[in-house]
Design a protein around this ligand. Structure first.
Ligand code: FES
Length: 214
């Protein structure tokens, strides 16, 4: 009978251990735990919510209640770039809703959704902490996050277009590099095959001499 190789003593979410050790017993720290969890995994999966529930003693229903109440939390995997558009008071009175509408139309998604190509997710959040730059959006990508202030509809859309263009370019150079690697590998194989053929030919030519010398 096969023996289970699972290591029961290993934490299921090792990256989350430090957060849970620090906050799981502190009352009122659920939002902090969820924020830090989302920072690590990009979204709050069902598995991670149940894990947090086990460790904190807070019911999954309550965690879901909090996670769905605040728009900053994502329950689905996000795109490569997560747009956090601020709709806090300062941004709201400076046309953030119009910018949100323009982004939604431009990308074809509503807040909480991801574009079909998986490039952008849109999330509407409360104050990002830089109200003097209102209206503001933050974009989180693989290489970090960047905040853009004093937005207009046009400026916001231009920023998104530029990110998409940069991403396309990077993808094109990656494919070119991969194609060069494949070409180099195929040249290596050809060279090895020719070497092997030459060795076999030499061996064949030497065969009569070997026979004569016996
Ligand atoms: S209200 Fe938008 S950054 Fe503060």
């Amino acid at each position: 009978m096969p023996v289970c190789q699972c290591d029961e003593s290993r934490p299921r979410f090792p990256e989350l251990e430090a957060v849970l050790s620090e906050y799981s017993l502190i009352r009122g720290s659920l939002i902090t735990i969820l924020q830090k969890t989302q920072d690590i995994y990009g979204y709050l999966s069902e598995e991670v919510i149940y894990h947090i529930s086990e460790r904190t003693g807070i019911t999954p229903a309550r965690i879901y209640g909090v996670a769905t109440f605040y728009t900053q939390f994502n329950l689905q995997p996000t795109g490569k770039y997560l747009i956090l558009l601020c709709e806090g008071t300062a941004c709201h009175v400076n046309s953030a809703p119009l910018i949100a509408e323009a982004i939604s139309q431009h990308l074809g998604i509503d807040a909480g959704q991801t574009t079909v190509d998986g490039l952008f997710s849109l999330s509407v959040v409360a104050c990002l902490g830089c109200c003097s730059l209102a209206p503001v959006m933050m974009i989180k990508g693989l290489s970090g996050e960047e905040t853009y202030g004093n937005l207009s509809k046009e400026k916001a859309l231009a920023i998104l277009d530029e990110i998409a263009a940069r991403d396309n370019q990077a993808a094109a150079s990656d494919s070119q590099a991969a194609a060069s690697d494949i070409q180099a590998a195929s040249r290596d194989i050809q060279a090895t095959t020719s070497d092997n053929q030459a060795a076999a030919q030499k061996d064949q030519q030497a065969a009569p001499e070997r026979q004569a010398s016996r």
